[in-house]
Structure formats: C-alpha cells, structure tokens
Design a protein around this ligand. Structure first.
Ligand code: SAH
Ligand code: SF4
Length: 421
C-alpha cells in the first residue's frame, strides 16, 4: 500500500460508531471473526466509548490492525472548540469526518427551577425533585450522607442533571425567518453515528458514567430531524439501547413535517415530541415559517393526535414569541382554540436575537400576559429560560460560528480527555 493510499484511508475510514449489533455481526463475519467479537465491539463503542480502535483492548492487537486495514475507524465526531456561558452552558463546535461542523450544547442544571433545556423529562424530574431536596444545596455535609461511590461526575460538580442538545443536519432547509441556523441553508444530513456521536463526545468530555448521572437529550440543535428521519430514528436506537439514555429522557423538536409525524407515531422506540407551532394561525405561521405553505396547522395537529401517548406523556408545543407578530392576547386566544382537546403543554420561548434577523423581542409584560391567559384557561404554559445566550448557544442561535465572526468567539481547546467507563 502506498503512503498516499494510507492517508486517504485514514481520513475516510468507515465509522464503526453508529453501527447496530446486526451491522457489527455482519462486519465480524466478513473479517472471519466469531460472533462474540461483535458484542465486545459494541461494548467498547457504546459502554466504554472508545475514541480509537487501538483502545479496544479486549481485542488482540492483530484484530485491531485487521479492522484498521479493512478501513474501519471509530469515527466519533470531535469537539474542536468550546465556549462557556456564565450559566454553565457550553457550546461546542463539533467536527465531522469530512471536515463539516455542527454545534452541540451542554446544559447542566442544578437549581431545579424552570426548564431551560427544552426537555420534557426535566419537568417530570422536577415534580419528583420536590420530594428529594435540591443538589444546589450540595455541601460537603450533604455529600457525606450520600453513598460516595454512587455519585457521578455531575453530582460532584453540584448539578443534578444535564441536557445535551444535538444537531441532526449541517444547516437546515426549512428557512424559518427567525432562526439563525436557517441562514446556512442545508449542507447535508448527519448519519446516525454522527448524531449519536455528538452525545458520546460530550459525555466523554465530562467524564459521565451512564447509570450514575441523569442525562436528558433534546434534538433541538441545527437541522430538522424529521427531514433526516431514518438517521434520526437509528440514532435514537443507538442512544437508548446502547449508550443507555432511555427514550423517555429524549425530546425531539420538529418544525412540522406531517408525513414524518405520522411515521413517528408508529415507532417502537420513540422520544417525546415537541412541535414548533410558533404562530396561532396559518397566515402568521406562513410568514414566519414558510413551510406552512406545505402543511397547514390543522394537518399537523391531526398528525400529532395519532401519537399513542403514554400515561405521563403530553405533546409540547413550542411557541417562539416575536414582538408584535404573534405575542398579543388575540394570539393566545387562538392558540387555546387550536389546542383544545389535545393533551398539550406550551413552551413559550422568548425570541433570541441574531445578526441579520429583523424581528424584535416581545415586551416582558406581553410575555407575562400571554402565559397567564394560557394558564388561566387550563393550558400548562412555561417560559423557557434562555440558556447560554451570551455565547450564542440559545434556541435558534446555532450556526457554524466559523462563518459568523460577529457571534461570541469560540475558544480553541485541547483535545478532550477521554474517560473510559
Ligand atoms: N428544527 C427543529 C429543531 C431545532 S430548532 C424545529 O424547528 O423544531 C429548536 C427550537 O428553537 C424550535 O422550537 C424553534 O422554533 C426555536 N427557535 C429557532 N430560532 C429561534 C430563536 N432565534 N429564538 C428562540 N427560539 C428559536
Ligand atoms: Fe430549521 Fe428549526 Fe431553524 Fe426552522 S427553527 S430553520 S426548522 S432549525
């Protein structure tokens, strides 16, 4: 093999991360290996979260070499830059094998307060947390009362949970007028391994051991997950069945791709759903989300109602409040009429500004009235606390920052330490 070929192989090696047990079995068969090697490989990829084939120490060196020779590498996306917010949120620039980048956000949470992470799991946890006390009161004394061996990295840092927000596409094709990611257009879909791999990279960075730390996931980063449906669903299986984050702790947000919502309703392994409603009638929605020309609100609500909800499950409707556009009492009344009879809850998101987008933020008093009107009519309504706004990590602010010099700069970091479980 010439040196040149070797380099090409090294750059474009086929990713093992993201392969399901059947794929791994088939691979081991082609390498003339016994089936148990596939199990060991899955364990190394998803429990130990190795970053290089050479870390699979349960394999003999010859098998590691064989894998490399056959053109396989772990293929985890790599965190190349990080920015840290005053609120503890971290935004990462994550590089994929072909050099494209996406953004991933880490939101540790310790205050048990309002949900800032968009996840639905955190709401249920907070109901329970009322009984448990609060880790923000974490002190050496309270820590002595715990079984120290059972404390994960999060508890040691004084947090009770963290939410990871992951991207599903490089850019986005949907073109919502208020969203910074839309400015990128769409470059490509992520593979299942690249979607789930963002989670593994972030868990490695923070030394998280599954089973000890409470991790929620939100598919609310760059891209429209339901326009990359198959990879999104495969990533859910990798994350739920292999990495160890139950789907009940995951929330996927969609701008409303009607046929995909209907497919989603049939899935066996299914995160919670959040629908970006963002307007109270088709006319306003078409203005702010041109995709409404394709699927009207009524069609989306119809599709949403085919989801067989679990006992403690509801559908979340996200509603970005844009000053003077959709934040008035008549809009709140329309939202109530739309959602009547649906097991719903509304997450109000104060619009986060971004360069080149001409909307204005709603007045605080309008936000308060809007929320109050919903609640008084019996509709649960929460105001999502903006996370990491100072580092452009909040909802709709994700854009590859390399192309956005006016956004808060990301700081180059040393390659993250890998913590093996
Ligand atoms: N593409 C999916 C998921 C990513 S966007 C979707 O649109 O649902 C996640 C959430 O952020 C959506 O509810 C979206 O409406 C909201 N959002 C987008 N831009 C925003 C901004 N500038 N300020 C506040 N929320 C925004
Ligand atoms: Fe895409 Fe969601 Fe942004 Fe709309 S809000 S452009 S669907 S990422």
């Amino acid at each position: 093999m010439s040196n040149k070929t070797k380099v090409v192989n090294a750059v474009s090696s086929e990713a093992l991360f993201g392969m399901l047990p059947d794929d791994l079995q088939a691979l081991m068969k082609t390498l003339d290996q016994k089936a148990y090697r596939a199990k060991q490989l899955a364990e190394a990829l998803y429990s130990q979260r190795v970053t290089d084939v050479h870390q699979i120490t349960v394999f003999p060196a010859s098998l590691r070499e064989q894998l490399k020779e056959a053109g396989y590498g772990v293929g985890l996306p790599e965190i190349v830059q990080a920015a840290r917010s005053v609120d503890g949120t971290e935004r990462y620039l994550v590089r994929l094998a072909d050099g494209e980048t996406v953004e991933t956000v880490w939101m540790p949470d310790g205050d048990g307060g309002e949900r800032g992470d968009g996840s639905e799991a955190s709401l249920e946890e907070e109901e329970l947390d009322g009984l448990e006390g609060n880790v923000s009161e974490f002190s050496p004394e309270t820590s002595r009362k715990r079984d120290i061996r059972n404390m994960g990295a999060l508890a040691w840092s004084g947090y009770r949970r963290a939410t990871i927000c992951i991207s599903s596409q490089v850019g986005c094709a949907v073109n919502c007028q208020f969203c910074l990611t839309a400015k990128l257009g769409i470059k490509r879909n992520l593979t299942a391994g690249e979607i789930a791999g963002q989670v593994a990279a972030v868990l490695n960075r923070h030394g998280i051991k599954m089973g000890k730390d409470r991790i929620n996931l939100v598919f609310m980063g760059m891209g429209e997950p339901f326009l990359n449906y198959d990879s999104f669903i495969k990533s859910v299986v990798v994350l739920a069945k292999h990495i160890g984050i139950p789907e009940s702790r995951m929330t996927v947000s969609t701008s409303g791709i009607e046929p995909a919502i209907r497919r989603f309703a049939q899935e066996a392994v299914r995160p919670k759903l959040a629908l970006s409603l963002n307007a109270s009638n088709d006319r306003v929605r078409e203005e702010v989300m041109p995709i409404t020309r394709k699927w009207k609100i009524a069609e989306l609500l119809d599709a949403v109602q085919t989801i067989p909800l679990g006992k403690r499950e509801w559908v979340t409707f996200e509603y970005v409040l844009l000053g003077g556009v959709n934040d008035q009492p008549e809009h709140a009344r329309e939202v109530l009429a739309l959602l009547k009879g649906i097991r719903a809850k509304v997450n109000l998101i104060v619009w986060n500004p971004g360069p080149g987008i001409s909307y204005t933020q709603p007045k605080p008093e309008d936000v308060a009235v809007f929320q109050k009107m919903l609640i008084e009519a019996g509709m649960p309504a929460y105001i999502r606390r903006p996370r990491g706004r100072d580092i452009y990590a909040a909802c709709g602010q994700l854009k590859r920052t390399v192309e956005l010099p006016e956004a808060a700069p990301l700081v180059a970091i040393a390659p993250s330490a890998t913590h093996l479980a």
